[in-house]
Structures are given as structure tokens and as C-alpha cells.
Design a binder for this molecule. Sequence first.
Ligand SMILES: C[S@@+](CC[C@H](N)C(=O)[O-])C[C@H]1O[C@@H](n2cnc3c(N)ncnc32)[C@H](O)[C@@H]1O
Ligand SMILES: [Zn+2]
Length: 284
Amino acid sequence: MPVDFTQPTQISSKLACPICASPLSLIYNTRRCSNAHSFDVAKEGYINLLLPQHKASRDPGDSKSMVLARQHFHDNEFYKPLTGAITQHLAVDSSLADLGCGEGSYGRWLLESAPSLDYYGIDISRHGIRCAAKSLSKATWLVASNWHLPLLDGVFDTALTIFAPIDQSELRRIVKAQGHWINVTPGSNHLAELRECLYDTVADIDKQAAFEHWQAVDTQRVTGTMNLLQTDIGNLTNMTPYAWQADRDRLLALQSRDSMIVTYDFVVTLFSKSTQSDNHSPYR
Ligand SMILES: C[S@@+](CC[C@H](N)C(=O)[O-])C[C@H]1O[C@@H](n2cnc3c(N)ncnc32)[C@H](O)[C@@H]1O
Ligand SMILES: [Zn+2]
């Protein structure tokens, strides 16, 4: 649930201490576990539960400039059509952990169409989470790594990953026994026009995979075209790895175009958590 500073004490049923894994209670503006480990709630309303030993660098995840580029790109809502393909899988009053949530636009869109959702946005980038918390207080925002989720076992109805890195054992741990995982990955045509400008050969980026312990129960493709202006092209290229991977001259040529029609292509896969016995073939 969102942080409520007017309540002296709240027991959260979902947050776990990143040091000892026991539940974290909210006491005024501090989260504290029974072993007296404590974590302040930032003035923007998010909590930093990322331990120094779980960082690979001083400032992990998306940089401030990538976060700003993504925020400005999402302001024009080009990717908002994806929201419907996600909310159709969410039950009323259910809980959702958006792992690698970025700067919060998807959280805002999801809560617009599913207001009773108990939404948790988690990202390793403090810039992303700070931006998200500033723009939406009706959510729980955590700075944390998907490899060490400060979340209790089996407490989420659904986990969501949109173009985000995943640790399978942590993902499985936090989702309820009958819960689901929605994984959004790029389809083969995603940003094809941009990639054609930047690279000699355009690789197939649609890498659908099967995952142990999860059964794919539904797959949908969300595709369309965007009429991008120069600022949108700049933001889009700056929020993706293209900004540092692509040839500099090609990137600058692309970024100086006045406008461009670009395809988005998302693959939305709904997985249900399968028990060990579900994985046994009936023919064995
Ligand atoms: C491609 S962005 C996608 C952001 C958001 N889901 C969206 O689609 O707008 C990938 C996100 O994963 C975050 N990230 C990278 N490594 C992470 C990790 N180990 N744990 C949590 N988040 C991570 C980055 O900071 C970034 O916000
Ligand atoms: Zn603790």
C-alpha cells in the first residue's frame, strides 16, 4: 500500500527487510524490521532498499538522462496501448509487482485503468524511482534489484516485466502459488525503422523463450505505428542502448530528421505459475 504518514504504525504484508528478510513495518516515516534494521522513506515517498553489496556500480540502472528521455518520450503516450493488454489479465483488487518499472509511466497508466490495483514499482535506478514517486503517490516505489527483491515470499498475484532483466528464482519466490507473470518483450518489428537506419544488418530481436516452472497461457501482439517528431526520435534513441551502441554519425543523422514513422511491436505473454507436478508429462 502507499505510504501513509498520518498513521503511526502500519504492518506491510509485502515488504521484507533486505538484510534479514523479516517483514518491514512502517513507523512514522521509517521502515523497520523486528531486528531493528531501518530504512527511511524519502521525502518523495519511495524507499531505498538496495544494499551497497547488491550494486554492481555506484549508480546502477538507468542514468538520470535516460530516465528523463524515457519520461519525455512516455509523456506523448505512444506506448499506452500496451496497458490494455496487461490490465485484461489483472483481477480487481489484485497486487502487482512491476519489476524494472523505470520512471513510472506504466504504473500511472495501469492505475488509471485499474484504480484498485495494489501496485509496487521496483527499479534499481534511484533516478527512475525518484521520478516515478514524484509523479504518482498512489503506489509503492522501491529502489531495489530484481536479483534481491525486498519482498516477502508468495505475496503478489502478478509480477510484470516490461523490457526488464529478470532473476527467475526471485520472480518465482514473490508470486503466489496460483499467481501469474506477465512478460513484455520486443516483437520482431519493434522500432524496425530506427534499427534499419542505425545498423547494416537488422537482427531479429524477438526472442521468445520457454521458462521452467511457468506455463504460457496467453500471448498477444500489440503493434502500431508512431508519427515521431525530432524530439521524440531524440528521446527514443536516448532511452535505449542505441545511444551508446550505434555508430555516432548514423545516430546523429537519425536524430536530425524532422519526423519519421516508426513501428512499435510488443509481445505480451501471460504465464501461470506451475507446480512441480504440472511439469510432468502425462505420457511419461
Ligand atoms: C529498458 S528499461 C524498461 C523500463 C520500463 N519497464 C519501461 O518499459 O518503460 C529497463 C529498466 O530496468 C532497470 N534495471 C536494470 N537492471 C536492474 C536490476 N538488476 N534490478 C531492477 N531493475 C533493473 C533499469 O534501471 C531500467 O529502468
Ligand atoms: Zn532486518
